[in-house]
Design a protein around this ligand. Sequence first.
Ligand code: IPM
Ligand code: MG
Length: 361
Amino acid sequence: MKRFNVSVLPGDGIGPEIVSEAVRVLKAVGARHGAEFGLREDAVGGASIDLNGVPLTGDVLKRALESDAVLLGAVGGPKWEGLDYPVRPERALLALRKELGLFANLRPARVYKVLVGASTLKPEVVEGVDIMVVRELTGGLYFGTPKGVERLPDGTERGVNTMVYTTPEIERIARVGFEVAMKRSKRLCSVDKANVLETTELWRRVVTEVGKGYPDVELSHMYVDNCAMQLIRNPRQFDVIVTENTFGDILSDEASMLTGSIGMLPSASLGSSKKRAMYEPIHGSAPDIAGKGVANPIATILSVAMMLRYSFDMEPAAVEIENAVEAVLNKGYRTPDIYSAGTTKVGCGEMGDAVLKEIAG
Ligand code: IPM
Ligand code: MG
């Protein structure tokens, strides 16, 4: 029996509901594939602010660092919006990413056949879309200094954030992009704003250089504004996209809508050591529907599949979850975000039940 320790951080809003479904799936699949999970649950984000006054305590961070993987729900909500930036719920997420060294964020956006009609775009545009966004996660605007807001002598204020990347930071995320592309259709599109931003001009040069080591991968470059447009004009042209932190944040939300709902997109945040990884849905805490039992747990359940694949080398178990999700969708089960006439509307727990039933065969 293999044993892995997973740090479980449900967070805020719908976080606890969706994480509890994902944990049930993790346990069930583990049992079938000879793995046992030591699960340690801790508060982060707003939940931790209420409990400890800070979004992430040193103890919770330490346990995350010591675990084999982290499963996170979502953080944030209106209750904590007025707080200063350094103590906002989102800080927990950013600190975890930074402290765990999770520079590579994989965000797959795949359109399921039966959900083609759930997208706001035309079926013929989204059919067959299968994109992997590789988002740089510990650099760029999110972390660059100087940052902050200062008051000027004339009484006005000045806000600043800095988009900064060094050659090694670009090289390592580019390598992830190429490696992912090698395992898929060997096409990589690097997204930048090299016509305006010097940082991303460097990005383009370095990615091109790294590409020389991957002669089998067809590398293209695209400006981010064009990419935002192309993603809804003709999304099937993309396979793997590699891009900097902020662009990746925006483009992955956009890509999610091709699939019908942001409630469908999982993610894996990886570092250079296999022992450090965090898995979370790409969506937020959805405070408007929190506690109502209607949230879509699929993004978190699919994040568990990514955990099994990337952290625990349990590919068959990962595929089992992915197949179960697809089977459940094929059977017509839908949470409200992906509901359409003629299908069966279910809540968060029922969706979890349906996936578990499929796994049990
Ligand atoms: C995401 C989220 C986060 C981000 C927020 C909650 C800090 O939008 O994971 O995409 O901006 O990275
Ligand atoms: Mg985002």
